[in-house]
Design a protein around this ligand. Structure first.
Ligand code: CTP
Length: 400
């Protein structure tokens, strides 16, 4: 997937540097050439010899390694790559990048480069949350630098929180996204995700338990295969995927408008748990308890966004994928839903409370298309997303 791509990998000095060894292996497995650069601090965590052996390339460590003009100069070194990756990006490296310092080889390369840069931050949670680091992050993103992670979890220092470096395969996905390589390169894919909130009055609303995790994972998997993704999301628990064009909405009506505005697309995936009903008239004042009895909520039906897009005469996406959240007779109900909605595929799942799927990290789905039903084993939502993205890439390839 990364054949012919050249990555300049700057390894910063943090405990996460050991994961960069695996990152090098994963990148080379995918056909990328890796030129590694170690900061002085990184040498405390990984040895130049192991990095060089894994990369199959010489390691650059010192600005003065490059003064010999028979060797590559730092300007040239900073520009040979298709992408500069900083992993782990320590708080110190991020601060140097933000302020344009160039006191050592790594920071000089980052200042001299005109190729895109991706960083995978890793540091103690307090350092990550410090206003200085957060300010630097905002500036780096404004400068066009892509960011992968950090993830939340137990840290080597014994604390818990955001600050762990993304896993090597997540960084590989972020690299593929940034380089827009893969079977879905050039495809524009619309993904709806998350719940919708339908107001009752200014402080109350009707919602559902969708976390948005499956939709976000699908968007990431599509981008990792080269697609450009428009991500229309209701108020989800999970963060929207980096690298997507994100459109945040609250209600089903707003989602309908955002979807219409986002078309045309080659593929549309409707992973959102859209509320079927909204209040016929939401109150513009907070409803009060009254002696006259309980309030009566009068509903009206929301537009069925999936159905509308699947029935477009003009500009229908080549492939329209719906989801079916069922609590019983999953295959029968979802097969009927596919026909009713007019979509090409339905990804059906059993959301009975005992499955723990809604709001959980795993999913067990059955994909229904014109040929019938295909049941996948229960797996992580990321694995479901990857398998679905591969299926979509295969289907588009078969059609051309
Ligand atoms: N959907 C949509 N707009 C709606 C409702 C649903 O786009 N107003 C999409 C969802 O994103 C999902 C699919 O339709 O892809 C299935 O939604 P679901 O609510 O499960 O199906 P319903 O049409 O509500 O059918 P039922 O009431 O039988 O569950």
């Amino acid at each position: 997937m990364l054949a012919g791509k050249h990555i300049l990998l700057i390894i910063g000095g943090g405990i996460a540097a050991f994961k960069s060894l695996d990152l090098i292996r994963r990148l080379r497995e995918r056909g990328a050439e890796v030129t590694p650069v170690l900061t002085k601090a990184a040498e405390q965590f990984v040895t130049p010899l192991s990095v060089s052996a894994l990369a199959g390339n010489r390691v650059y460590r010192d600005l003065f390694d490059l003064t010999d003009e028979a060797e590559m100069g730092h300007i040239q070194l900073s520009r040979v790559a298709d992408l500069v990756v900083v992993a782990p990006a320590t708080a110190d490296l991020m601060a140097k990048m933000t302020h344009g310092l160039a006191g050592d080889l790594a920071s000089t390369l980052l200042l001299a480069t005109d190729t895109p840069v991706l960083i995978a931050p890793a540091m103690n949670v307090r350092m990550w949350e410090h206003p200085a680091t957060q300010r630097n992050l905002v500036q780096l993103q404004a400068d066009g630098i892509a960011v992968s992670g950090p993830a939340e979890g137990d840290m080597a220092c014994g604390e818990f929180g955001p600050g762990r470096m993304s896993e090597p395969l997540e960084i590989v996905d972020a690299i593929s996204t940034r380089l827009a390589v893969g079977p879905l390169k050039g495809k524009r894919i619309l993904v709806t995700s998350g719940p919708t909130h339908e107001p009752i009055d200014p402080v109350r609303y009707i919602a559902n338990r969708s976390s948005g995790a499956q939709g976000a994972a699908i968007a990431r998997a599509l981008m990792a295969r080269g697609a450009s993704v428009v991500f229309v999301t209701g108020p989800a628990d999970v963060a929207p995927p980096d690298g997507a064009e994100v459109i945040k909405v609250t209600t089903a009506l707003e989602m309908q408008q955002a979807v219409t505005a986002a078309l045309p697309a080659d593929v549309a995936i409707f992973a959102a748990a859209v509320a079927d009903w909204r209040m016929a008239e939401a109150s513009d004042r907070k409803l009060k308890k009254s002696k006259d009895g309980l309030p009566v909520l009068v509903f009206t039906e929301n537009p069925d966004i999936l159905r509308e897009v699947a029935h477009l005469q003009d500009g229908r996406p080549e492939l329209v994928v719906g989801f079916a959240a069922e609590t019983n007779d999953v295959v029968e109900n979802a097969t009927a839903k596919r026909a009713r909605k007019g979509c090409d595929w339905i990804v059906a799942n059993d959301v009975s409370p005992e499955t723990g799927i809604m709001g959980g990290s795993e999913n067990a789905v059955t994909v229904i298309d014109a040929a019938g039903a295909e049941t996948w084993p229960r797996m992580d939502k990321t694995a479901v997303a990857n398998r679905l993205a591969d299926r979509i890439a295969d289907a588009l390839a078969d059609r051309t």
